[in-house]
Design a protein around this ligand. Structure first.
Ligand code: BEZ
Ligand code: FE
Length: 305
């Protein structure tokens, strides 16, 4: 009489090196979320392929697990080390690019970054968002347009940036005034906006955790090219999350999170004219950037056309 043990999988579906990914993927149940099946099938396939190509030692694999463990342990309500990892590996910008394929002429998207605050103060056009008085004065002015070049009145423009020491207000609570270098503006009847600020500087991303250590081991610096962040919205149009970059920044070609796109490099002009400076409420010399944002119609509206 044969032994009363359950039969194992059919011959050929036990684990072996050659078909490891297929064996693992075949274990998924029938009634699972189809998107989860698709995602996990691809992930397992590529993960196994990477392990086969790398052929890690046990020590190397444990080091990888230790790195991921430390990355998780670094996360808190204030710090998302996994997003930072995704940022420095270029994955955040890739996911962003895949999800924001826009018609030509529309302002490109970029990542949001960890220092956005949703409750920034609303200002009248012309306000100065620099509350700590540090840095070289900057005037930012332009229009919000649609991709046909028509101005969009009543559009919202939200801006945030670091101070002249390279820190966001939220990184220096009690040192910088709350909401330093943040504000929300609204375009006028001609789609125009303008505000005063300071010229942005390059700054390091938080590098005191495992991601910073990884960058060091890879011979990479942690610096972001000098930029201002923006969120621009208008009813009926795809919102944009974007940056503009200073053209003279030494890190323009090697932004640590790969945020720079050529279309987002602005022309920062130095204006050494006391009368002009006085007319815009800044000291001379000051920097001036003219920057228009171009919004595409919402996808749903485009499809309906
Ligand atoms: C930022 O630009 O604020 C930023 C983006 C990604 C990681 C860290 C900082
Ligand atoms: Fe930033």
């Amino acid at each position: 009489m044969s032994a009363q043990f359950p039969q194992g999988p059919a011959s050929g579906s036990y684990f072996d090196e050659a078909s490891s990914a297929e064996v693992v993927n075949a274990r998924m149940g029938e009634n699972i979320n189809p998107r989860l099946r698709e995602v996990m099938t691809v992930l397992v396939k590529h993960l196994h392929a990477a392990v086969k190509e790398i052929e890690p030692t046990h020590e190397e694999w444990l080091a990888a697990i230790k790195f991921l463990t430390e990355t998780g342990q670094m996360c808190s309500d204030w710090r998302q080390e996994f997003i930072l990892l995704s940022d420095v590996l270029g994955v955040s910008m890739l996911v962003d690019a895949i999800n924001h394929r826009r018609p030509s002429g529309a302002t490109p998207n970029t990542i949001l970054g960890p220092f956005y605050l949703s409750n920034a103060p609303r200002y009248e056009n012309g306000a100065n968002i620099c509350l700590d008085g540090k840095g070289e004065p900057l005037l930012v002015a332009g229009r919000v347009l649609n991709t046909d070049g028509q101005p969009l009145p009543n559009a919202s423009i939200e801006v945030w940036q670091t101070n002249d020491d390279g820190f966001y207000d939220v990184q220096q609570k009690g040192i910088q005034p709350d909401f330093n270098l943040r504000g929300v503006f609204t375009t006028d009847r001609e789609g125009k906006y303008w505000f005063r600020s300071v010229k942005p500087r390059h700054y390091p991303i938080p590098a005191d955790g495992p991601v910073g250590k990884l960058l060091g081991s890879l011979g990479r610096h942690p610096n972001r090219a000098a930029h201002l962040h923006f969120i621009v919205t208008a009813t009926g149009y795809d919102p944009i999350i974007t940056h503009i970059f200073a053209p003279d920044c030494q890190y323009l070609g090697e932004d640590t999170v790969f945020g720079v796109k050529s279309e987002l490099i602005a022309d920062f002009k130095k204006v050494d004219d006391a009368q002009k400076a006085q007319s815009v409420g800044l000291a001379a010399p000051f920097w001036s950037v003219d920057w228009d944002f171009s919004l595409a119609h919402c996808k749903s509206l485009q499809n309906a056309e």
